[in-house]
Design a protein around this ligand. Structure first.
Ligand code: MN
Length: 244
């Protein structure tokens, strides 16, 4: 059995194909996994645990079914769904993870992150990230009515799209010094993250030591999953129609 890592599904009501793909994956492969880690941006938007839409409700119910079968599920916040909270965790049976987090995988300590915190060349984004992670900001936002929250989230997404479109490619990717710093700080060989939608396994050297950065892909055209079992890991793209 394998431990599975996914990220960047960006599920919303407009993208039914992604929801269907993910629900098939939960029902097929994930049902037989040791554990499932969702490393951020499960949802395209999350305005509070009290306001899931129909697409999000399907995912909550499917995650509940998975954890009820005894498969541990862990969910990290992404930059889109950083307001996932205690009620979501209770309804799904999933455990919310801090970002970054150290997990032990087959006896090896591995660092997991969403990945947006590594994009330090994008200074305006890092300022925004700090602002919306502030508990006071979050309390004020969640005190608003659902319609007001949805409207603000829509405006934020439009602003984010415009900002990303104007960014140079390398600024939108992770900063190499930031990657080295988190690997050095954690003292681990392997970092797993998503966010950049650039699936790859990068071999690198930090202070003369071999290190590895595994980047999960998004689910826009096909599912992307990192499988890790006793033989090692495999970063795979799910074939359409085969639980993918
Ligand atoms: Mn992201």
């Amino acid at each position: 059995m394998a431990t599975l890592f996914v990220s960047d599904l960006h599920i919303d009501a407009a993208g039914a194909a992604i929801s269907d793909r993910f629900l098939r994956f939960l029902d097929a492969e994930a049902a037989h996994a040791d554990a499932l880690y969702i490393l951020g941006d499960l949802f395209e938007s999350w305005v509070g645990d009290d306001a899931p839409d129909a697409a999000q409700r399907r995912v909550i119910d499917a995650l509940r079914a998975l954890t009820a079968r005894g498969v541990p599920c862990f969910v990290m916040h992404g930059n889109r769904d950083f307001l996932l909270g205690a009620r979501f965790a209770a309804e799904t049976g999933a455990e919310l993870l801090p970002d970054p987090v150290l997990i032990t995988q087959r006896g090896e300590r591995v660092l997991a992150m969403h990945g947006d915190a590594l994009c330090t060349d994008d200074r305006p984004y890092q300022r925004l990230r700090a602002a919306v992670r502030d508990p006071d900001w979050q309390r004020r936002f969640l005190d608003l009515g659902v319609a007001a929250r949805r409207s603000l989230a829509g405006a934020a997404r439009a602003g984010s799209r415009a900002h990303t479109a104007a960014l140079e490619t390398q600024i939108a990717d992770v900063n190499a010094d930031s990657v080295a710093a988190v690997l050095r700080g954690a003292g681990v060989e392997t970092l797993i993250h998503g966010h950049t939608h650039r699936p790859a396994v990068h071999e690198l050297t930090v202070d003369g030591n071999p290190r590895r950065r595994i980047v999960l892909g998004d689910w826009h055209a096909a599912g992307s999953v990192l499988r890790w079992d006793r033989r090692g890991f495999e970063l795979a793209t799910l074939a359409p129609g085969r639980g993918g």
